[in-house]
Write a protein that binds this ligand. Structure first.
Ligand code: GTR
Length: 343
């Protein structure tokens, strides 16, 4: 069987490296004497756990087109989907050390690294999608994004991700139904706390492993929005989707600060502008995807327990301690208050 060399993959994915290898030592030496960033075309690599046609990836590819147009073709973006560069935790680490330029993850994956990222993950914080949009695409979202810099990341954009709900092998209608269930969560202290507060047993695990976890019975349940429930085929083994809508954690797109600091101010401005331009583009795709995925899982055999049948008040009461634990500084409390007060 044909076994490609690791190096072949590497160079295929790094056309710039190929070009550099073809240059004579003399030309190379003269290039090095110029500030590299003014000469080199760059293809920024961005990782994601979703497939290429998922709205997050289409948004980042759109951003790449905008960036390429703004820089006369000098800078572009290549997306690596399907967890091909690793889990969200792995790729965040790569971005931190500058081995990877960008990553799009759930902001919950940053909860242990960037305290501000926990705020939009507080259970039952947003009243509805309009409340999330008016805050997360506004001043409060900018405060969340600014929090990434201290930790070595440039927060470029937040993207809405609808509401996350519980899905299991049995219907869940109240907190009593979650008792003792092994529920997969995104590796995050906040998500562990959120599921523990329900009286269930949280199991942190990368997204790519959840399908097998549910199938083998290692997990009884998981929680996510309709598009991820659909894409990852979790409905096959956990067919009861209960619209608990316990959290509306947005997605986040970040750039490596290590690499950012090597870019020109013009490039930085172009990257920020292209990222912002990808948000409205994303929102349109996301809205359509939520509807299509709900239809697809129902066709695939999922049974929906609608929000009207869920004891929302019981869940809200149980989750109160999570707010106190994660909004734990005057600044974070003030940010929560600003969001709560917003229209
Ligand atoms: C999805 C999110 C992914 C990933 C996944 C998960 O909604 O888009 O980035 O975090 O959830 O649950 O791991």
């Amino acid at each position: 069987m044909f076994k490609p060399l690791v190096g072949v993959h590497y160079f295929l994915e790094n056309p710039l490296k190929i070009k550099l290898r073809l240059l004579s030592p003399l030309i190379l030496a003269s290039l090095i004497s110029f500030p590299a960033q003014t000469l080199m075309a760059r293809t920024f690599r961005s990782a994601d756990v979703h497939s290429k046609d998922f709205p997050t990836n289409m948004a980042v590819m759109h951003m790449g087109e905008e960036l390429s147009a703004a820089t006369g073709g000098k800078d572009s973006i290549k997306v690596f989907g399907d967890s091909s560069l690793g889990s969200e935790k792995d790729t965040i680490e790569q971005v931190k050390i500058g081995a990877l330029d960008m990553v799009r993850v759930s902001s919950a994956a940053f909860n242990g690294i960037v305290p501000e990222s926990s705020i939009p993950s507080l259970p039952f914080l947003f009243r509805d999608i309009n409340h999330l949009r008016s805050t997360m695409y506004g001043a409060q979202g900018e405060k969340v994004l600014a929090g990434f810099e201290k930790a070595g990341f440039i927060g470029l954009a937040l993207y809405e991700s609808g509401a996350r709900s519980l899905y299991a092998k049995k219907p869940i209608k109240s907190i009593a139904d979650t008792k003792g269930l092994k529920i997969r969560v995104i590796p995050s202290d906040l998500m562990v706390g959120l599921v523990s507060a329900m009286g269930a047993s949280p199991t942190p695990m990368p997204f790519a492993e959840v399908y097998t976890g549910l199938k083998t019975g290692l997990l009884d349940a998981a929680e996510n929005n309709y598009p991820s429930y659909d894409e990852a085929k979790h409905f096959e083994s956990a067919p009861f989707y209960s619209e608990t809508m316990h959290v509306m954690t947005p997605e986040v797109l970040v750039f490596s600060k290590k690499i950012w600091d090597t870019l020109t101010p013009q490039e930085q401005t172009a990257i920020r502008a292209a990222a912002k331009a990808s948000v409205p583009y994303y929102v349109k795709l996301w809205e359509a995807k939520e509807i299509a995925s709900k239809d697809a899982v129902i066709k695939g055999g999922a049974k929906i327990i609608p929000a009207s049948e869920i004891d929302r008040k019981g869940f809200i009461a149980a989750e109160k301690p999570v707010w106190d634990k994660f909004a734990n500084t005057p600044e974070l409390k003030a940010l929560v208050q600003e969001i709560v007060n917003a229209k």
